[in-house]
Write a protein that binds this ligand. Structure first.
Ligand SMILES: NC(=O)c1ccc[n+]([C@@H]2O[C@H](COP(=O)([O-])OP(=O)(O)OC[C@H]3O[C@@H](n4cnc5c(N)ncnc54)[C@H](OP(=O)(O)O)[C@@H]3O)[C@@H](O)[C@H]2O)c1
Length: 255
């Protein structure tokens, strides 16, 4: 059985934490992102039989066929893929022109669709069981100012899951996605860094279990990518430290 899992966005944050956990669990990883130096630094202590560094800019959606062929040549086919590459650009809707929409959708959504399609071709996946995981965001469900295009790109991922999963089930390929609340990474820290002290306090108050660590997402991702999750497909799971069930209103005593 193929041990190989492609991790798109493996150089930092959630992708890096998931890749490291997968390696600890004995899987092998194809690590991709744009920055080759960051990828090499992240996996400096891992042997070449366990990790293949394949730098790539996933906004180049038209070139993904060649990329997928290269990955298939290196691995002989994938048993899993985590698509964690993503960009978050916040801008008021009235200033969010089509070029920005295209930039965001290329990386956050179109590349994920195209990779799912390409790695579902014969010879590119393990026929005895393969799992793909895509990463969505609470931004697709909440109204954080300036995140309309980012939220839309994540909503597109969630909309892709049910029909694609039902088509791929015949090939024993499972497809699921995660809605993540705020996880402490470079991406979220940039977003939080622009907030006032009051806004930061309100954000923290919205997370009963605190903000997430990359490992909190990585453990669930590794489970979905494992054979243990062999009966799970077409689902979108929420991991948000209790954000969705926080107390939003408390009646006065006796009220
Ligand atoms: N952190 C959160 O709170 C949070 C919440 C909800 C959802 N998410 C989602 O979770 C995923 C991971 O986020 P993160 O917080 O781990 O972000 P991060 O720390 O900024 O890491 C993003 C990763 O994606 C790669 N990447 C970005 N653009 C790329 C491109 N054009 N081509 C190839 N690789 C690219 C980055 O490497 P290079 O820059 O070198 O390319 C990096 O490895 C994203 O899809 C994000 O939207 C995050």
């Amino acid at each position: 059985m193929s041990r190989w899992v492609l991790v798109a966005g493996a150089s930092r944050g959630i992708g890096r934490a998931a890749a490291q956990l997968l390696l600890e669990e004995g899987r092998s990883v194809v690590a991709s992102a744009r920055g080759e130096a960051a990828l090499r630094e992240a996996f400096a202590n891992v042997g070449e039989d366990q990790v293949k560094i394949v730098p790539f800019d996933f906004s180049r959606v038209e070139d993904l066929e060649g990329y997928a062929a290269e990955v298939t040549g290196l691995t002989g086919g994938l048993s899993g893929m985590l698509y964690s590459a993503g960009i978050q650009k916040t801008l008021p809707l009235t200033q969010s022109k089509f070029a920005l929409a295209e930039e965001i959708f290329r990386v956050n959504a179109f590349a994920a669709f195209e990779l799912t399609r390409l790695f579902a071709k014969k010879g590119a996946y393990a026929p005895n069981g393969t799992s793909f995981v895509l990463i969505s965001s609470l931004a697709a469900h909440e109204g954080a100012l300036g995140t309309a295009l980012y939220g839309a790109s994540k909503g597109a991922l969630e909309g892709f899951i049910p029909a694609a999963a039902s088509e791929l089930a015949a090939k024993k390929i499972r497809l699921n996605s995660l809605i993540l609340g705020t996880v402490k990474t470079d991406m979220s820290m940039r977003f939080i860094g622009k907030m006032s002290e009051g806004q930061k306090k309100s954000l923290l108050a919205e997370y009963p279990l605190g903000l997430g660590e990359p490992e909190d997402a990585a453990h669930f991702i590794a489970y979905l990518l494992s054979e243990k999750a062999r009966w799970i497909t077409g689902q979108t799971f929420t991991l948000d430290g209790g954000h969705s069930v926080r107390v939003v209103y408390t009646a006065k005593e006796g009220g």
